[in-house]
Ligand binder design. Structure first.
Ligand code: SF4
Length: 203
């Protein structure tokens, strides 16, 4: 918890509004109170959002939620586009460095784009397992050798990391590492809240 509080201070200095929550459920309750019921909500591919059941909770109160997961492939790009211009946008991070830098990798780039421009407000939920000390090299090592292999296996992608459990710098059509975004500070385009959670969420 102490590490999360230090990160909260650091992120606040970098322009974000940062919160610390003991549990994912507490973060979910906060989001359901913070996001106006009239907002449309976009979601970037996020196992964390899925774990917390946020899309279901928002839809249950009548909100439009734009999320490409589980949508037929021919409709997924339209869903990504709608998500990127929603009132509120929910996503997670692949890695949060202890100095406050946030690193994300995408195959399509929709989450990267929406994080920095498009929605009116962005909420990023970060479990403690995403916190990385040791700089950008450590963050990339974590993403390529922990996050991506586990996600590839979960999504049944045909990438070598899904089988080997580590990055092989592949040329697979399913390669999920095609663009990298490093946030050094909050982008000027919109308000952004970081929800730090003292639980493991996502990969
Ligand atoms: S480059 Fe390919 S093998 Fe390496 S982590 Fe990305 S998808 Fe997996």
């Amino acid at each position: 918890m102490e590490q999360l509080q230090l990160l909260q201070e650091r992120l606040t200095k970098l322009g974000y509004t940062a919160h610390v929550f003991a549990t994912g459920d507490a973060a979910k309750d906060y989001l359901l109170s913070a996001i106006p019921a009239s907002d449309s909500v976009g979601v970037g591919g996020s196992m964390t959002v899925q774990q917390l059941g946020l899309a279901e909770a928002l839809r249950a109160r009548g909100q439009n939620v734009y999320w490409h997961w589980g949508v037929p492939a021919q409709e997924a790009n339209e869903m990504r586009r709608l998500a990127s211009t929603a009132d509120s946008y929910l996503c997670s991070a692949n890695a949060l460095l202890t100095d406050g830098r946030i690193v994300n990798i995408d195959g399509f780039g929709n989450r990267l784009a929406a994080t920095i421009y498009g929605p009116k407000k962005v909420y990023m939920i970060v479990g403690k397992n995403k916190i990385v000390s040791g700089g950008l090299d450590a963050a990339m090592d974590h993403i390529k050798n922990v996050s991506c292999p586990r996600n590839a296996k979960r999504l049944q992608l045909k990438t070598p990391c899904a089988a080997a459990g580590r990055c092989m710098d592949c040329a697979s059509p399913d390669r999920m590492c095609r663009a990298v975004l490093i946030l050094e500070r909050k982008p000027n385009s919109h308000p952004m809240e970081i929800l730090l959670v003292d639980e493991e969420l996502g990969f």
